[in-house]
Design a protein around this ligand. Structure first.
Ligand SMILES: [Zn+2]
Length: 177
């Protein structure tokens, strides 16, 4: 299949909204910030994604913004936290295409074309895809598919009540929890 890549430009906020609540807050916060002049917005575009209940919202700004500031706005507007965390890590490492959305068809009506396409056999999550995607390789080089925070691969733990003493916590206590 063909995947279409949108790389956030200096006047674009790309929001990945994965709950109804995040969508609600995105609109409420957009409204407040447009009204009070914190955000100068040219246009807003809204699309469904492959995952039911998930949406992408693209906010085109009238002005340019640095990559970290855009990532902050995306976080603030309720975009997926993990996405923003990785985005910021990539910006700090000087990688191109830090802020990106990958979709299975071009966004209809959007006045701009995707930046790249690839023909990978599935979503860009597992290593068997991220290790071989030519676009990811071009944008992120050896950091393609990099893990900047430990992904949860622990076995499911039973949620015992966590009791911590106030004051210094021994590292061993954290490792043992
Ligand atoms: Zn790919």
């Amino acid at each position: 299949m063909t995947w279409f890549w949108y790389i956030g430009r200096t006047n674009e906020l790309l929001l990945d909204l994965d709950t109804p609540k995040s969508l609600y807050f995105a609109v409420v916060k957009l409204q407040r910030n447009i009204r009070r002049g914190f955000l100068k917005v040219k246009s807003v575009w809204f699309y469904p994604t492959l995952a039911p209940g998930h949406h992408h919202m693209l906010v085109f700004l009238k002005n340019r913004m640095g990559a970290i500031e855009r990532a902050l706005w995306e976080l603030y507007l309720g975009s997926d936290i993990k996405r923003a965390e990785y985005n910021i890590q990539r910006v700090l490492r000087g990688l191109d295409g830090a802020d990106l959305l990958i979709v299975d068809k071009p966004y209809p009506g959007l006045g701009r074309k995707p930046d790249y396409t690839c023909e990978c056999p599935g979503k860009h999550k597992p290593r068997r895809i991220t290790n071989h995607c030519p676009v990811l390789r071009k944008l992120h080089g050896k950091d393609a598919g990099a893990e900047y925070f430990a992904i949860n691969r622990d076995r499911k733990r039973k949620r015992e009540k966590l009791l911590l003493r106030y004051g210094r916590i021994p590292i061993s206590r954290i490792l043992k929890y």
